[in-house]
Write a protein that binds this ligand. Structure first.
Ligand SMILES: [Zn+2]
Length: 244
């Protein structure tokens, strides 16, 4: 177990860690399958994210701690192989009780990362469903946090990047190949929305990477392995997904 997380973990109350474990064990399949050591690190990282992020909701919706744990777990899952524990720019999360739309725009959203307000907006029913059905390659919070990582990585200086630059370049090569496959309806793994642009492709691919790992690797091994290298983990190894 990482000494760093053991030390940080000692600052959290046992009751807080237990509550976190119970929620994660019930709702997050990735967490449930981890080794005991990784489970410990995962819940400490979930609590770190939870305590460093501002969660807000519509007044008519009461956002409780269990919900915050579930949302935070999506971020920890994506970044479990990486060093990043928190978001710096997009650390304001706003939860709605249903799908929403913006003024003067008819489009209905379940989630978006707003580049002007720097807020991550998500609807609770879509977040919940994303975890309840863990093998359909649809998980809203994984999708939206994927956007946050790409935007924050772009803002950071060369030495503080979230992703290794050469891993990202290799990912882009395979992502571009898949982008054209989607356009010509030859991609079996990623849903068509990935054909919007490479930013959407990254988030859609993340959802499939975690929820349909075997199928993804079998059909698009190069893209799958470039994602694994980028994230320093392979979710097919359920007990210990992290690269050494
Ligand atoms: Zn998106």
């Amino acid at each position: 177990m990482s000494i760093k997380y053991k030390l940080i973990g000692s600052f959290f109350k046992e009751q807080t860690k237990n509550e976190c474990h119970c929620v994660l064990f019930k709702t997050n399949t990735y967490y449930k399958n981890l080794s005991e050591d990784h489970k410990y690190t995962f819940r400490i990282r979930t609590l770190i994210f939870l305590w460093t992020t501002n969660f807000n909701s519509e007044p008519e919706f009461s956002l409780n701690n269990s919900m915050k744990i579930i949302i935070s777990s999506a971020f920890v899952q994506i970044t479990f192989g990486l060093k990043i524990n928190t978001l710096n720019t997009f650390n304001n999360i706003f939860i709605t009780h249903k799908s929403y739309s913006y003024k003067n725009n008819k489009a209905v959203f379940d989630g978006d990362v707003n580049l002007y307000t720097k807020k991550v907006n998500m609807s609770w029913p879509a977040i919940k469903k994303g975890f309840e059905i863990s093998d359909d390659a649809i998980n809203l919070s994984i999708h939206e946090f994927g956007h946050c990582l790409i935007f924050e990585n772009a803002e950071k200086s060369y030495f503080s990047k979230i992703f290794n630059q050469s891993d990202l370049e290799i990912w882009k090569i395979h992502a571009t190949e898949n982008f054209y496959k989607i356009k010509s309806k030859k991609n079996k793994v990623l849903r068509n929305y990935a054909g919007t642009n490479l930013i959407e492709l990254f988030s859609v691919a993340l959802e499939a990477f975690f929820e349909q790992s075997e199928y993804f690797e079998y059909n698009e091994p190069q893209l799958y392995l470039s994602m694994a290298n980028l994230l320093k983990q392979d979710p097919r190894n359920k007990l210990n997904p992290i690269f050494k």
